[in-house]
Write a protein that binds this ligand. Structure first.
Ligand SMILES: Nc1nc2c(ncn2[C@@H]2O[C@H](COP(=O)(O)OP(=O)(O)OP(=O)(O)O)[C@@H](O)[C@H]2O)c(=O)[nH]1
Ligand SMILES: [Mg+2]
Length: 433
């Protein structure tokens, strides 16, 4: 019985991680640092890493990715480690992947596939599941040619495929059909989220989005600021779905804070397009709070990577506050030197120990000041809902009540002011002004 249980228990996959070392990549990561991150990704995906190696090359070889000699040398390493999967730290072309699989006679996956796999495992909501399937299909589509090359021409079948259609064409057609189906399903799911977002936007409160490298501590900070219980753990891509909560800053201003998916260097393009709707939460924000694990030796490069992804999703022009998280672990010299050159407000915090949050709150209020105006409103006493909303959205104080209505004065969000413009009292310029 025990034997049977052991044999049916899921076999842990032993993985070897290989990469090409052609100097520092466009994100500022050396090949060694990048492959270290690949090991973290592999561990998150449940693989047991049994070794890593790099080949120095000016650039990967077109057809074979690695040099033929290295491929032969690594075949022995694969045998010695009894590895059953190789992970390559790049997005392989279909031909390169096939060549390596045939040379080593084992499964070869690339960085993109590994990240897609992690996303697929972590997807909980139906929207995330549909988005990841879309991303996987986009990744698979150009690879179908290779996957089906070994199948010859097939005869047509009534109602299934046209005459003389190849298996590849059948698969492509199935793929396209599935994409169309997914798009429809996503539209439905997104409809309800858009409705929620529209309702949120109708409430005139600034939207602040947490962004940052994966594992930076965004969800931990979100929990510390909102007293929520969003999943935060020492794994990459713990968060996939956006969560939003109301909070009130010390100056009385209400904001909507959103926690969302993290970024990584070489983020697969298919994921960016697949998670377009989720990433919209970022592009539609009024202010970005960019969280970085500043105790990490690669913190400056992680910041630059996030800025690059923000550029890709057209969110680069938004105002931003940088949060240097994990202050309890100490910040290395590279970080101190880096922030001196930055031109955006930086706050050091420890989300885990809930320290530095007051200053962060004050910085957010300061940044959101541009969104506020000083106003005087006179609301008829029977407009109870308007009065309640004006009082809850800003730091307005009732100054008097008379036959015209209730008078309020103070700082309010510009969105509030424009929503209730009809009740705003615009000062009549005096002759001296
Ligand atoms: N020492 C220390 N650890 C922290 C701090 N903030 C977060 N962490 C830890 O960092 C790990 C990642 O935290 P998360 O909040 O899940 O990070 P995230 O940015 O939401 O990550 P993803 O959702 O995966 O992108 C967890 O193990 C946290 O406990 C901090 O201020 N100090
Ligand atoms: Mg998270």
């Amino acid at each position: 019985m025990a034997k049977q249980a052991a044999s049916t228990a899921k076999q842990v996959e032993r993985a070897l991680m290989f990469g090409v070392d052609s100097g520092t990549n466009e994100f500022g990561f050396s090949a060694r640092e990048s492959i270290q991150e690949l090991c973290d990704l592999a561990a998150t995906a449940g693989l047991q890493v049994c070794g890593t190696d790099l080949q120095k090359l000016d650039q990967p070889k077109t057809g074979t990715y690695f040099g033929a000699g290295k491929v032969a040398e690594w075949a022995a390493m694969i045998q010695g480690c009894r590895a059953n999967v190789v992970v390559v730290d790049d997005e392989l072309r279909p031909a390169q992947q096939r060549y390596l699989e045939e040379s080593w006679n084992l499964k070869v996956i690339d960085r993109t596939m590994l990240i897609l796999d992690i996303f697929a495992r972590r997807a909980r909501t139906s929207e995330a599941k549909l988005q990841i399937e879309m991303a996987q299909l986009e990744y698979l589509f150009p690879r179908l040619t290779r996957m089906w090359q070994h199948f010859g021409q097939q005869s047509g079948g009534i109602g299934v495929r046209g005459p003389g259609e190849t298996q590849l064409e059948v698969d492509r057609r199935r793929n396209r059909l599935r994409v169309a189906q997914l798009k429809k399903q996503l539209q439905k799911v997104r409809g309800s989220r858009e409705l929620y977002r529209n309702r949120r936007q109708a409430v005139p409160v600034p939207v602040v989005s947490l962004v940052g490298y994966t594992n930076a501590g965004k969800s931990t900070l979100f929990n510390a600021l909102t007293q929520a219980a969003v999943l935060a753990e020492d794994k990459l891509f713990a968060t996939l779905d956006p969560t939003t909560r109301h909070i009130r800053l010390a100056n009385g201003q209400k904001i909507l804070l959103t926690d969302t998916v993290g970024f990584i260097q070489k983020l697969p393009h298919s994921l960016i397009s697949g998670f377009h709707a989720t990433l919209e939460e970022v592009t539609q924000a009024d202010l970005l709070v960019h969280v970085v694990d500043a105790s990490h030796p690669k913190a400056p490069d992680m910041v630059q990577t996030v800025l690059k992804v923000l550029e890709d999703i057209h969110a680069i022009g938004l105002p931003m506050v940088l949060v240097a998280n994990k202050a309890d672990c100490g910040f290395p010299y590279a970080w101190q030197a880096f922030i001196k050159k930055l031109r955006i407000p930086v706050c050091a915090v420890s989300a885990l120990k809930a320290s530095g949050l007051e200053r962060l709150g004050a910085t957010l209020a300061e940044q959101l000041r541009a969104f506020r105006v000083h106003g005087v409103f006179c609301v008829p006493a029977d407009e109870g809902a308007t009065l309640a909303e004006l009082q809850s959205c800003g730091s307005l104080k009732i100054t008097r009540s008379d036959e015209t209505g209730v008078w309020l004065e103070g700082w309010v969000d510009k969105k509030v002011a424009s929503k209730y413009r009809r009740w705003e009292i615009v000062a009549i310029p005096t002759s001296s002004s």
